[in-house]
Unconditional design. Structure first.
Lengths: 256, 386
């Protein structure tokens, strides 16, 4: 079973972010991490490999820094990794990203593609679906369980209040939701191996893609989030206070 | 001249930091509160291969250099000083003698399981009346036809309550002071070897510090690690490494405390603005930043010198002295930034405040270290260039 995992390097969740003076860029503290949801995808790929044999390959797209997310994949146990190196993809859209990834994937042999349900930086949750579209593959999203047998996969997709059990023929693309597994902590020997491994890099030219492949959206500006209103204290007897909370939630905030 | 970690070292630091912040840091508070040896956590880190980091790969290690080991010490301390004391004991002092001098059977029985986290090792040289003055130890090793008989008491022994084997300093010839010392590998359960009182302490809780009692404890001849009378030399061989490691611990603790102080200074408001915007708090942040950076430079410079074969005892002493004193300074300032909350159990500031003191003694007190530095200085006519 050959599994490919799409891995994105994102700003560390604790990195400080502010809007640049121009309003058109973000200044992000240079602390990076592998996308949380991609870790679930990687872990699932490694478990499938341990169960069924085969190999796990991680593919990333981005600037030279993105190599670290791929090293993390190697440290966890991925057999190989490749970086499609192009700095400009930090600012390009999901369509463009999916297009380039799909071109790279056309050159690969795989049974399963796994990815996180979304990247925690932009939260668009669009790239794997579009990759599926470009490749003409089925896509099962937001999975919390995945079993593979006889060229087919059975996945549980988490919906609001219910899990949907879906059967799909392979090859197919799955996106991982929190709860799918608990990602492993790499062995120190894995870390050492990952430190030393040469991760190959390919360029857009290698993939036969032109620079302006097809970005469809562009960011006009960034706006700061609305200031959170001050905390409101509700006083009075517990029963009376509870009634007041319900009234505010239902009538004022319309939250329930 | 290059002051930065290599890309590979940065990756290693990132991975270790991530792993320890997930595995160890969530338990820092409970390790501190319960003061119990975190056995499950200890095994978990062993299974991940952390305790073998300094040792060659053929015995389950990763042959890491001193810079990598210092990175590990720093990240361990960022997560929990109590656990860091346990883990670094296992990586270095607790296992190094059996690694260097143990025979094949001893390595199989003690070292290999220790690297995997299945056995716990510690070292014992401090005594009730003797710490910095190693030559004054009173524990005797008397040779007989079955090996050696050990008699004496050891105090402040990390993990003394749980250790499966102890490397014990004893003298075969008290008159020779340092020249009489040898190290002996003693297994838990050996007749005549028992644990005494536990010293309840405010720092590095979780790593119990115990009294060990040797009452005519007969050990076989092979227990002697290396040769009689050479113990002080053997200890000296790793002393600089121990000091750099503790400098790394100080650095990690200082950074954790600093971040806590920084976050508090950002969030806490007084007179209508975050307290971090007041000049006297800014002054604290700036002082701490500079001292931590200076500690970082001294520590990693010493580690780099070690890896390049040109470390002097003075460099390691400077790193340990400055880094641990910087940690004590930082935890004090962070406590002040927190105001009364610096004393509150619910904030980690009080734990950092207590933990920093632990670093002042093991590996040489600041006073001893300054003596070493001064002696070196007195040998020179001018500043050295390096």
């Amino acid at each position: 079973m050959n599994i490919i995992v799409l891995v994105k390097q994102v700003p560390d969740p604790e990195a400080l972010v502010e809007i640049a003076a121009s309003g058109k860029d973000l200044n992000i503290e240079p602390k990076f991490a592998i996308n949380l949801f991609d870790e679930f995808a990687l872990e699932e790929a490694l478990r499938l490999k341990e169960k069924h044999g085969g190999s796990v390959k991680a593919i990333g797209l981005g600037g030279p820094k993105a190599i670290e997310a791929l090293r993390t994949a190697i440290a966890m146990g991925a057999d190989e990794a490749v970086l499609i190196e192009d700095e400009s993809f930090a600012a390009r859209d999901g369509y463009d990203t999916a297009f380039v990834l799909s071109r790279a994937l056309q050159k690969e042999a795989f049974d399963i593609i796994l990815s996180g349900r979304q990247a925690i930086d932009r939260d668009r949750a669009e790239v794997p679906q579009m990759v599926a579209q470009f490749l003409g593959l089925p896509h099962v999203g937001v999975i919390v369980k995945l079993d593979v047998a006889d060229g087919k996969a059975t996945a549980e997709s988490a919906l609001e209040g219910v899990a949907e059990v879906i059967e799909v023929g392979l090859p197919a693309i799955f996106t991982a939701q929190k709860g799918l597994n608990e990602p492993r902590v790499p062995l120190i020997t894995g870390v050492m191996k990952a430190m030393k491994v040469q991760i190959p890099r390919v360029t857009l030219t290698d993939l036969g893609v032109s620079k302006d492949a097809g970005q469809k959206t562009s960011v006009l500006r960034y706006l700061p989030p609305k200031k959170r209103p001050a905390v409101q204290f509700i006083e009075g007897e517990p029963a009376q206070a509870a009634r007041e909370i319900v009234r505010i939630l239902a009538d004022v905030e319309r939250a329930i | 001249m290059d002051f930065s970690l290599s890309k590979e070292q940065k990756f290693f630091k990132g991975q270790v930091s991530r792993a320890l912040s997930r595995i160890v840091a969530p338990f820092a508070d409970s390790i501190d509160k319960t003061d119990m040896f975190p056995r499950e956590l200890f095994r978990e880190l062993g299974a991940l291969g952390y305790y073998g980091i300094r040792y060659p790969s053929d015995i389950g290690g990763m042959g890491a250099d001193c810079i990598s080991f210092t990175i590990l010490a720093e990240e361990l301390a960022r997560a929990s000083i109590g656990f860091a004391a346990i883990a670094t004991m296992q990586c270095l002092m607790g296992t190094d003698f059996v690694y260097r001098f143990g025979n094949a059977r001893q390595k199989r029985k003690y070292l290999i399981p220790a690297i995997k986290g299945n056995k716990i090792g510690t070292i014992a040289f401090t005594e009730p009346d003797c710490g910095s003055d190693l030559g004054g130890i009173k524990t005797r090793a008397v040779k007989n036809d079955r090996g050696y008989v050990l008699t004496g008491r050891k105090l402040w022994i990390t993990d003394g309550d749980v250790a499966d084997f102890v490397t014990v300093a004893a003298t075969t010839d008290p008159g020779k002071r340092l020249g009489g010392i040898g190290f002996f590998l003693v297994e838990k359960g050996t007749p005549g070897f028992s644990t005494g009182q536990k010293i309840d302490k405010i720092s590095a809780r979780g790593a119990a510090t115990m009294e060990l009692i040797f009452d005519e404890c007969q050990v076989p001849a092979e227990s002697l690690m290396g040769e009689e009378g050479k113990g002080a030399k053997y200890l000296n061989d790793i002393l600089s490494e121990i000091r750099i490691m503790i400098a790394g611990l100080g650095l990690g603790l200082a950074k954790s405390a600093f971040v806590a102080g920084l976050n508090y200074a950002r969030q806490r408001e007084a007179f209508g603005r975050p307290i971090g915007k007041f000049q006297l708090i800014e002054e604290k942040l700036a002082e701490m930043e500079v001292r931590i950076k200076a500690a970082e430079l001294l520590t990693y410079h010493a580690a780099w010198l070690k890896d390049n074969g040109s470390l002097t005892g003075k460099q390691a002493a400077m790193a340990k002295f400055y880094s641990t004193e910087a940690a004590c300074y930082v935890v004090d300032e962070v406590s002040r930034i927190h105001g009364a909350y610096g004393l509150a159990e619910e904030y980690p500031a009080q734990r950092y405040f207590r933990d920093a003191r632990f670093l002042l003694f093991g590996g040489g007190t600041s006073e001893i270290l300054k003596t070493i530095i001064a002696k070196d200085v007195m040998k020179r006519s001018d500043f050295e260039i390096n």
